[in-house]
Design a protein around this ligand. Structure first.
Ligand SMILES: [Zn+2]
Length: 315
């Protein structure tokens, strides 16, 4: 069993998108409520309040002009960043906290404080581009974490696995020019944002896109993900694995059309954990992305975190 941290920040609740927006603060409220009902898990986890990412941190993957524009829009009370991404006054503190939690997660994984972690954060990040917000995302939390591991911790090889139902187009854009980062994205196809066809391997051939139809049997998603993960990872042997853990891949999600159940989240998590144990001392930095039916999202986070922590699946 590896020490496992649950990393979050109260400021993540200050990104006020309104209750009619699918990515609302109730998602994190539901997660915290579900965690509190699982005493075994609660006791097993180290609860950590992450830091805020600095402008210097964010500039590892984002243009400074873009970073400052987010800061000034929020300081002015907020506004619409793209067709479906909004910012409120608190969104700067939320978005820098979300990114900062992931940076802390990387630090903790590599200095041994917590080889495993789950960051329960918002706004999500995997659609954010170098100079543009997109798809509920402001800063590219996971792409930033991977580049931070490469540049600040000097890791040679980092692998990102993204099972959010949407293509991680932002993550791909932020990391695809780095030969030391490999990126796997399984996503519904055709679907938002329209990127990530199977023949897009990035300019260096380090990207594996796995577009999948909606409504398949859950085993098809699970087996395709596991096969692709091994294909990408076995000759690479990452020093660190990041998961873009989007739970909009669950059956019944308000947005996604995949069919996964809790047992499949458990299986995918234990699969990645087994590879992490074999390849990189168990180190996994898992980060919340989507998941838009709060009750299902919260249940899945408990299942996922139990599996990360090496606890048995609950009844
Ligand atoms: Zn998503």
């Amino acid at each position: 069993m590896h020490r496992t941290a649950f990393i979050s920040h109260s400021d993540c609740g200050r990104h006020d998108t309104g209750w009619d927006h699918p990515e609302h603060v109730g998602r994190l409220v539901a997660i915290m409520r579900a965690l509190r009902t699982d005493y075994e898990l609660l006791e097993r986890l180290d609860h950590v309040q992450g830091r805020h990412a600095t402008v210097e941190d964010l500039a590892l993957v984002h243009d400074r002009g873009y970073i400052e524009s987010i800061r000034s829009i929020c300081a002015a009370g907020g506004g619409r960043l793209d067709v479906d991404t909004v910012a409120s006054e608190g969104s700067w503190d939320a978005a820098t906290a979300a990114a900062g939690c992931v940076l802390d997660a990387v630090d903790m994984a590599l200095d041994g404080r917590a080889p495993r972690s789950f960051s329960g954060i918002r706004p999500p990040g995997h659609h954010a581009l170098r100079d543009r917000s997109m798809g509920f995302c402001i800063f590219g939390n996971v792409g930033l974490g991977a580049r931070y591991a490469r540049t600040v911790h000097n890791l040679d090889r980092v692998l990102i696995a993204d099972w959010d139902v949407h293509h991680g187009n932002g993550t791909q854009a932020l990391v695809q020019d780095d030969p030391g980062i490999r990126f796997l994205s399984m996503h519904q196809w055709p679907f938002y944002p329209g990127t990530g066809p199977a023949d897009d391997h990035g300019p260096l051939g380090t990207v594996l896109n796995l577009p999948m139809a909606a409504g398949l049997e859950p085993a098809e998603y699970v087996e395709a993900f596991e096969r692709s993960f091994d294909y990408l990872a076995s000759d690479f042997r990452p020093d660190l694995i990041l998961i873009s853990a989007g739970f909009d891949c669950l059956a019944g999600d308000a947005i996604g059309g995949f069919t996964l159940e809790m047992e499949h989240i458990d299986r995918l998590t234990r699969f990645v954990a087994s590879r992490a144990d074999a390849m990189c001392g168990g180190r996994i930095v898992s980060v919340l992305e989507g998941g838009y039916t709060p009750k299902r999202l919260a249940e899945a986070v408990v299942v996922h975190t139990r599996a990360l922590a090496g606890l048995q699946a609950a009844g």
